[in-house]
Design a protein around this ligand. Sequence first.
Ligand code: ADP
Ligand code: ZN
Length: 528
Amino acid sequence: PGREPTLLMDPLYAALEHYYGYTSFLPFQEEIVRDILRKRDVLAVLATGGGKSLCYQLPALVTGGLTVVVSPLISLMKDQVDTLVTQGVPAATLNSTLPYDAMVKTLADLEAGRLRLLYVSPERVVQPRFLAALRESGVTLVAVDEAHCISEWGHQFRPEYRQLSVLKEQFPEVPMIALTATAIPEVRQDIIRQLSLADPAVYVGSSNRENLRYTVAGKKDAYPQLIDYLRSNPNRSGIVYFSSKKRTEEIAERLRNDGVRALPYHADLPDNYRHRVQEQFIRDEIDVVCATNAFGMGIDKPDVRFVIHYDMPKSLEAYAQETGRAGRDGEASDCILFYSPGDRRKNQVMLERDSLDRPDLYPVAVQKLNDMAAFCETTRCRREYLLRYFGETFTGVPCGGCDICLQPDEFIDGREIAEKIVRCISGLPGPFGITHIADILAGSKSSRVLARGHQDLPSYNSGSEYSSNQWSSFIRQLIATGYLDQSSGKYPVVTLNVRSRAVLSGGESVRLARPEDSRARDRGNGPD
Ligand code: ADP
Ligand code: ZN
């Protein structure tokens, strides 16, 4: 009852119900499928769980012909193919892990036109032998999954994706769909250009996750903060992410000693061990996985109640992907990040080392790191910041689901503070870094200040009410909220912009995090 008879007659809905048992589409699926059936190129940016696979599978099922799916994730390919085969759909994979005779058989099936869906790795798809087979096979659709990997502006650049441009050259009349879960606007443009998509329809789903609550907590010794959280949220499943493999093991052990059912997970642990951790987590036999970013791909546990970042991730893409594993079931879930500015510096040093062989990738990586740190330093809504980063406008501030919107008391009117900073910078004989400016304001007698004679500047000691560290924090917050600019590069300097001048004219109210000890003072529990 209640089902519209016209829908029953629509062959697309009939196929949706026949193959999947669904009676309606998720957002954008129907538009995408209809565009593909009209042979239009498509770029689909849909969040994880948004139903991307149906977007190319359903056209493959209703039109016949062959759909080639390019994917870098061998285990996910295998899962999808297994499911399709059990449903009676002729599907196969081609990748480097396949035994030789299986590969020969698949190529024969391909050339004989016996396959409906073929999943193939990016390295394989561009091989001349494969392209020749493809020409025989009557390919009708090409789907490129994880398409952000093609862009150096993305967070998971894979050089082998660059060669995919050959597909449009060789099959210009075959429609192509590119899919990804996260892509900042630059990456979207890059995907379209690199794959030579022809006037594609672009669909960007919202990446807002309403049931996730975002919190950034100052990190001193993070362990007590972690154990406090776990003790006040017992019997709940969650992931704690670390940047170091060693730390996953250390902290998991410490947690076990403190009575928490926790196990570590990282790439160097044996396959069977990792597999067991995953299984135990899914079956609720353990509560906490202490993991590096190797954990999470393809793990579909709906009731992950928290994702904690013990260390800051390298980009907001990584952060969004990892926090996105919380609350798949739609129930309220926590995303907590322990932040210390030292983590940003540590990350930058690692980037410098890692980029020795690809120095051209360094500026983008540093920019991503700075954007990540700015998210931690911001005094505006974190949800708004995150969504804006991915090119989405969010109009729901206060969002009711981030530490900043939920605890306005933690912030002060920073107009005078901002004014002092701006005056100090404009009185400097040249551009300087955060620490130097903070030292001048706090009246520090550091050798760097004295060596330059900066103790004679009018701003010297004009902010003696706060420590140098507090001034550094204020400056970083002003950078994060756009009142100051910071150059990237090895020795970043702070400069004024249009908005800093507005601070001086007194028109702008500037929100800053209430500094630690003034917090104690105001509550009357400071040192006597
Ligand atoms: P993605 O690849 O975007 O992360 P999937 O293709 O894995 O998403 O789909 C996510 C989940 O949504 C799967 O469990 C899938 O079966 C389900 N799903 C997809 N399309 C529909 C639909 N039209 N109605 C209901 N569930 C759907
Ligand atoms: Zn908010």
